[in-house]
Design a protein around this ligand. Structure first.
Ligand code: NCD
Length: 329
């Protein structure tokens, strides 16, 4: 496995990821995909290491696949459930993290509803010279690096390019939905544009980040385009990524109704006719069926890469844990 270019201890954001890191990650994940296809789907790479999953916010896919990935690497795992932990007795997050440090955790995988929490814990772990690595598993509206990397690996596996370098060059990818509240979109914008894609964001104006609000429809920002109508974003797209409407993060009434959202922005069979003939669909899950995507399209294997994304999640999280875990020794 090629890990010579890997020097990163924490994975908190993709903002400063360089192409060589994406290449290493994709190649390492491909090796683990092969491991996962064997009869014995386990390797001793992280034997004796302790991986703590600290999830302060609900999760199905991310949490389960980090846990499975750790187990496939032969690490020991600890799981914090926010509702039943000492947090409910008033313990701070840093004290919780230090408790896991005292038990010998080597890697902490952290999800929190507030942006910046994984960074804060990483800073404290560095200050203590603990050698512990922090992996951001989604922080507020900020970033969700492992999701974007598994999306990238899903595309890499599907497209089967000869080499990972810039393998999305010449590809049009539409990201449709609640961009404003989406940490998935933010991380994906970094990774997809780094690999050469043209990324077209489409959302009602109330759900496009304020940061980008001064940019008018169709204006080019590097390889990023903004659209307030879905049709121009979907036109000739090779790939479409839909995002869940994050009602738990919506503090104001940003939409008239879910029905109206579906009418103007929902992914339907008819809308997909605007795209390239072989268009494929991604969604990080969980899906609101009939809101961001019609049930019929979601279940159609002709379009959907959604279950492949879940499968990719295990290989990619094995790669991430392996790369930061073995950079310690
Ligand atoms: C995403 C998340 O939690 O950020 N889901 C996931 O990790 N698979 C997206 C979402 O919640 O809509």
């Amino acid at each position: 496995m090629n890990q010579t270019s890997w020097t990163r201890c924490h994975i908190l954001s993709l903002a400063d990821f360089v192409p060589a890191e994406y290449d290493t990650l994709l190649q390492t994940a491909a090796s683990f995909r092969e491991v996962l296809s064997r009869r014995t789907k386990k390797v001793p790479a992280l034997q004796g290491q302790v991986i703590a999953n600290l999830f302060f916010e609900p999760s199905t896919r991310t949490r389960s696949s980090f846990e499975l990935a750790a187990k496939r690497l032969s690490a020991d795992t600890l799981n914090l459930s926010a509702g039943t932990s000492s947090l409910s007795k008033g313990e701070t997050i840093l004290d919780t993290a230090k408790t896991y440090l005292a038990m010998g955790a080597d890697i902490m995988v952290i999800r929190h509803q507030q942006a910046g929490v994984p960074q804060t814990v990483a800073t404290e772990m560095d200050r203590l010279a603990s050698g512990v690595s922090i992996l951001n598993a989604g922080d507020g509206q900020h970033e969700h690096p492992s999701q974007a990397l598994l999306d990238l690996f899903t595309l890499y596996s599907f497209l089967e390019p000869n080499s990972p370098s810039g393998f999305l060059q010449g590809t049009k990818i539409a990201i449709v939905g609640d961009i404003l509240h989406s940490r998935v979109a933010r991380s994906n914008i970094y990774s997809l544009t780094s690999m050469g894609a043209e990324v077209h964001l489409a959302a009602p104006s109330t759900l496009l980040p304020k940061l980008l609000a001064h940019i008018t429809d169709g204006t080019r920002v590097g390889k990023l385009f903004l659209h307030w109508d879905i049709e121009s974003a979907l036109q000739d797209a090779d790939l479409v990524m839909t995002l869940r409407l994050q009602s738990e993060r919506m503090s104001q009434h940003l939409l008239p109704s879910l029905r109206e959202y579906h009418q103007y922005y929902g992914i339907t069979r008819d809308r997909l006719k605007l795209c390239q003939p072989g268009v494929k669909l991604l969604h990080p899950g969980p899906v609101n069926r009939g809101v961001e995507i019609s049930s019929e399209v979601m279940d159609d294997p002709q379009f959907s890469l959604i279950s492949q994304q879940v499968t990719s999640g295990v290989a990619v999280r094995m790669a991430l844990l392996y790369l930061i875990g073995s950079s310690k020794v």
